[in-house]
Write a protein that binds this ligand. Structure first.
Ligand code: GAL
Length: 745
């Protein structure tokens, strides 16, 4: 039987190329996911992570082989790995974003074994995305998880479950739905003789007491790989599937399907695998994107997988948090994994929260030689084989982002994607409308500061804004307001274009990049949130599109000053809100009620409010009072927000995203700190040094003391392997200190 053993603890690491004979004392103990170097969040050089490092793991078998094979599975190591077991080279893998495995079985010792990896994290021109300049950093390290996998000589190498819910009316039940599941299973056999087997599909439905829904049998030839399909079609026995819940954005229901492989006796279990799948129908048509038959305008953002300090080595909790931020804080319905396959934890969470995903292969504008292209094609395969059970994924990106046309390569990537997954469409991101259309969806980066009428449909805008208007969270107010309005204008425009299926802005979070891009400090400030995932005004454009029934949103795009804008004053004042009406108070005086600005933004579901009450009498040097906004939905006041006119930092706040972490040596949570006014608003020009102290079984990851600019930032806490209570205290001159407590369990 199959056993999966997590293999992330007790690694040894050296930031150098060490031989197989180097003593353990040349290494330091680490836990995966691991970054080859911890860096400041900006002002560093990409050369700093570009080196060869060595990872070593000593182990005795966690359980006996009992005739099974043992594989080591790497989920992602940046960027080229050579893996050795007990002094022998097992193999090499070129690529930082896709999984790879090696069979250890024939090289194992009876007692202790030594696995060693030589990891090359230099920007290798022969490995995508490199060969030319790239607007993002790859960082280094075994930055995703590793596991050991025991399997029988005959085992399943992939299980692709294709659930489908169809209307199957009968005269007695005209709205009857029928479920249909097909699983495509790939096998590998290293056994000496052919094997008669039975394959079984189990569907875990409380409504269906007999969980086994399909069985089939056949022969697997010795030493061969093969594929087989097993299918469950509606039978009269269970012909009413009305109890099945669809996977929707609001209720992303998932079902567990298990596939079991038995020996010919039908009872000796050889292998078992599971998939959490969703019944959903997702399709880009010429006139729009349809989810379960309903037309939905897509509104989203691009996400890079990198974080401050730790590069790409973020544990599951941080990956999942990003999906929550994009869905719940930003109110998006789609995310693009620019520009590579991302962590399974991020994708799992997208499945769980109902966030659609456009996933693509690694690259940036450049196509290399034939070997390089062969790697790209192989990445298409690895990406799709890894991720095709995710209900959230609705489109495969099978072009190198913004590369020029290459008919042979992209004909091949499309054909492979369709072969591996006939249920999903393909896209391929380009920035010119006359590009050869080989995919199913014309995915287009539109940097016209508008939305160009499509020449090809189905049409999806996959980027806009970005470098056209980089904006820092400590930029002057007018720039931050204009940044927000650019997102609002483009989302508004695409909403009014029936032949545009949606628009995915550049981008969710500021990200580290090469010197050829960004603001010189190795950050591209293109995010609607900063690198710590904290909002700029542009984030509020997205957030304010959330249904007010989910939660009311009321976000003024101002720091409420008399003299920060050119000419002073705050006229006009934009407020991003999903309320029907807003009442504006200056001090105690009501300045009236306002409705959304449907003239400027006719097609956004929740147009921004443009408040012009603060005109001539509210200029530079005139008397100044606090602002209060009250939001109304359906005639009732549901939310209010105040801003202080005094500009005085009242408090240093410190909040942890989580109050409990796993004692596994890898788990992390974010600690956000802010300098705020008396109403809790961040003060963007409150420049100060914030110092942190930590007690208990965890470490701080981040700059300490932190020279705060922009009024908000974050550091992280990483758990050790010892349970206990952790206290972190933050302090800043002239202010209170703030404390959080986290339990490590
Ligand atoms: C695009 C590119 C992105 C990013 C963006 C900046 O051309 O695809 O990766 O560089 O520009 O606006």
């Amino acid at each position: 039987m199959r056993t999966i053993v997590p293999f992330n603890q007790d690694w040894l690491y050296a930031p150098a190329e060490l031989s197989l004979h180097a003593p353990d004392s040349d290494f330091t103990p680490v836990t995966l996911p691991h970054t080859n170097i911890t860096l400041p969040y900006h002002n560093f050089d990409n050369l700093e992570y570009q080196f060869i490092s060595t990872y070593r793991r000593r182990f005795t078998l966690p359980e006996p082989l009992n005739g099974r094979r043992l594989y080591v599975d790497f989920e992602g190591a940046m960027i080229a790995s050579a893996v050795y077991i007990n002094g022998r080279l097992l193999g090499e893998y070129d690529g930082g974003y896709t999984p790879f495995s090696f069979d250890l079985t024939d090289h194992l010792n009876a007692g202790e074994n030594v696995l060693q990896a030589r990891l090359d994290s230099t920007e290798r021109a022969d490995i995508p995305p490199y060969g030319h300049i790239v607007d993002y950093l790859t960082f280094g390290g075994i930055y995703r998880e590793v596991s050991l996998r025991y399997v029988e000589p005959v085992h399943m190498t992939s299980v692709f479950v294709k659930p489908k819910l169809v209307q199957a009316p009968t005269s007695a039940n005209p709205t009857r739905r029928a479920a249909w599941i097909e699983a495509e299973v790939a096998f590998e056999s290293q056994s000496a003789s052919d094997l008669d087997y039975v394959l079984e599909m189990v569907w875990h439905l409380p409504e269906m007491p007999n969980n086994v829904v399909a069985r089939t049998s056949g022969v697997i030839r010795a030493g061969e790989s093969s594929r087989l399909e097993i299918e469950i079609e509606p039978t009269s026995e269970w012909d009413d599937f009305d109890f099945i819940e669809l996977w929707t954005l609001e209720n992303p229901h998932r079902y567990l399907v298990e596939v079991n492989l038995y020996a010919a006796d039908g009872s000796t279990l050889l292998d078992a695998d599971t998939a959490l799948v969703g019944f959903r129908d997702a399709w880009f048509a010429k006139d729009g994107f349809y989810l379960n038959g309903e037309k939905i305008k897509l509104m989203g953002l691009n996400r890079h997988q990198t974080y401050p300090y730790i590069g790409a080595a973020a544990p599951a909790r941080l990956q999942r948090k990003d999906a929550d931020i994009v869905k719940d804080e930003l109110g998006c319905n789609i995310v693009r994994t620019s520009h590579y396959p991302q962590s399974r934890h991020f994708l799992d969470r997208c499945d769980e929260v109902g966030l659609l995903v456009f996933e693509e292969i690694p690259g940036w504008q450049w196509i290399g030689d034939e070997d390089w292209k062969a790697l790209s094609l192989d990445y298409v395969r690895r990406m799709i084989e890894r991720d095709r059970n995710h209900p959230s994924i609705v489109l495969w990106g099978v072009r190198i982002n913004e590369s020029w046309d290459d008919e042979a390569l992209y004909t091949a990537t499309n054909a492979l994607a369709h072969k591996l997954d006939p249920t999903r469409q393909t896209g391929g991101v380009r920035f010119f409308q006359d590009s050869q259309f080989l995919e199913d969806v014309f995915t287009f980066n539109d940097f016209s500061n508008s939305v160009q009428p499509p020449k090809q449909t189905p049409h999806l805008v996959t980027e806009f804004n970005g470098h056209m208007f980089p904006t820092k969270s400590f930029d002057q107010e007018e720039r931050q307001v204009e940044h927000a309005l650019r997102h609002a204008r483009i989302q508004d425009k695409q909403m009014g274009m029936p032949d545009v299926t949606g628009a995915i802005g550049w981008c969710a979070f500021d990200y580290n990049t090469h010197r050829e891009f960004g603001s010189g400090d190795r950050i591209c400030y293109h995010g609607v949130m900063d690198i710590f995932r904290l909002p700029k005004f542009a984030a509020y454009v997205y957030e304010s599109q959330i249904d007010p029934k989910v939660r009311p949103v009321l976000r003024p795009a101002t720091f409420w000053t008399r003299g920060d804008r050119s000419g002073g004053g705050v006229n006009p004042l934009y407020v991003f809100s999903n309320c029907d009406e807003i009442e504006v108070f200056y001090g105690e005086a009501s300045y009236g009620r306002y409705t959304p600005d449907g003239d400027q933004f006719p097609d956004l579901p929740h147009a921004p409010f443009c408040i012009t009450a603060f005109s001539d009498s509210h200029m530079f040097g005139s008397s100044f009072d606090d602002l209060k906004l009250v939001g109304y939905v359906g005639g009732s006041a549901v939310i209010e927000h105040s801003l202080s006119s005094d500009g005085v930092p009242q408090a240093l706040t410190l909040t942890a995203d989580d109050d409990t972490l796993h004692a596994d040596g890898a788990d992390m949570t974010r600690l956000v700190f802010k300098m705020v006014d008396k109403y809790g608003n961040r003060l963007p020009y409150a420049v100060s040094v914030v110092s942190f102290e930590i007690e208990g079984p965890a470490v701080l990851v981040g700059t300490n003391p932190f020279p705060l600019v922009g009024g908000q930032a974050a550091i992280y806490v990483r758990a050790s392997q010892t349970p206990g209570i952790v206290r972190v205290r933050a302090s800043a001159p002239r202010l209170n200190s703030a404390e959080v407590t986290i339990a490590i369990k």
